[in-house]
Design a protein around this ligand. Structure first.
Ligand code: M7G
Length: 373
């Protein structure tokens, strides 16, 4: 993909009403706005100031979530000791996604083993690097040749053979389950099922959302914020999802995290949240258009049900990208959600919702025990 237009890295909206109106009070109001006034090219953004970017990524992926699970404050953190990881098992691999999900262990100084999840992914090609790849390849091995057809093994130089590596460390059992390949089952959840089965379950079991609060409070990923609306009721923060390395637009992926902390998922949404959802749709599209040059008509904007993290957030992905989790049983287009709520404020407290659960997810067991599967 060609580079995208230069534009200010962050488009702050006007501060909203006094904090504390919606649910719990937000983080420090009017906190530092990352990147304001800096003019970065796409390349500069993708490359970033190297040491700072590494720290931010460590904080976002491995550090923030790991520390969140451990209940500690995020810090700069030492680099993850990749070389000393012992492979426990391959949780899943995907030829289509060209990714491997690995369960590893790291032995600490006192001999204790700590689990880690590593996600290794081949990154999409960048148009501007292809010629370099052809010129600088280190080896080309012929595999077969027939008439006008031939296939080769091309060995790129190290700088052109990047593997995107995501680390969750320490990983909880729930992380291991999340990435383990398993059979899946469809659940049709009524509102009563939600109240009696799902809600009590997620209140007792769900993933820590400390990484979300770290972003909202500018304790992590502050320099990655693309857009922010500080209104405590109807505001949100838009950041690149950690699935996206920002090197190319083909797999563009951002998430909008709402400022208020009292909305867990689609199930909590009512007509009251329409201004918030409309802000996300409109300002999110505008910010992505300005920053990356991708028009709203080429974005898939949706919520997951069930999400992994129960703090309402909206996914923005490139329309041409078949992002994980964009299947019909999980993705709900934000524009449709807005229309449904406009028709009936209690729409998501009335209708049944379908989602898939992995075979050994405890929530599936709860549905089975209740005779609902
Ligand atoms: P979800 O619908 O709750 O679950 O989406 P999913 O992960 O099963 O899709 C949460 C989104 O947040 C996902 O797209 C994750 O890739 C993204 N995400 C998760 N963490 C822990 C981080 C993080 O620390 N930083 C950023 N920027 N994105 C994250």
């Amino acid at each position: 993909m060609p580079g995208w237009p230069m534009s200010p890295p962050h488009t702050p909206a006007a501060p909203g009403p006094a904090p504390g109106r919606c649910g719990e009070p937000p983080g420090p109001a009017g906190g530092a706005i990352a990147g304001r006034g800096r003019s970065l090219s796409a390349a500069a953004m993708a490359e970033g100031p190297e040491p700072k970017r590494r720290r931010a990524e460590a904080g976002a992926g491995a550090g923030a979530e790991a520390e969140a699970e451990a209940g500690a404050e995020p810090g700069p953190g030492a680099p993850f000791p990749l070389g000393s990881v012992r492979l426990r098992r391959l949780l899943r691999d995907s030829a289509r996604e060209k990714a491997a999900f690995v369960h590893g262990q790291v032995t600490g100084p006192s001999g204790e083993d700590t689990d880690a999840v590593l996600i290794l992914e081949k990154t999409p090609f960048q148009e501007e690097k292809i010629e370099e790849l052809l010129k600088k390849h280190t080896k080309l091995e012929l595999q077969m040749s027939n008439d006008i057809y031939s296939t080769y093994r091309l060995y790129p130089p190290p700088e052109l053979s990047e593997i995107k590596t995501t680390v969750v460390y320490p990983a909880t059992e729930k992380h291991l389950q999340k990435y383990l390949r398993q059979e899946v089952h469809l659940i049709r959840e009524s509102w009563e099922d939600y109240k009696n089965i799902t809600l009590p379950f997620i209140q007792s079991q769900s993933f820590s959302i400390q990484w979300v609060y770290n972003i909202l409070e500018k304790k992590a990923e502050a320099d990655r914020i693309i857009h922010e609306n500080q209104d405590p009721c109807n505001g949100f923060v838009l950041v690149p999802d950690f699935k996206w390395n920002q090197n190319q637009l083909d797999d563009l992926y951002l998430i909008a995290l709402i400022q208020r902390r009292d909305v867990k998922s689609l199930r909590d949404l009512t007509g009251e949240h329409l201004p918030l959802l409309k802000n996300i749709l409109q300002e999110g599209k505008e910010a992505i258009g300005k920053r990356f040059g991708v028009p709203g008509s080429q974005l898939r904007i949706y919520l997951h049900y069930q999400p992994s993290y129960y703090h309402l957030h909206v996914h923005f992905t490139a329309l041409g990208y078949d992002a994980p989790g964009s299947a019909v049983e999980r993705a709900h287009l934000l524009a449709d959600v807005i229309d449904n709520l406009a028709l009936d404020s209690a729409y998501y407290q009335k209708r049944a919702l379908t989602f898939a659960l992995r075979a050994d997810e405890p929530l599936l067991k709860k549905f089975q025990e209740a005779g609902r599967v």
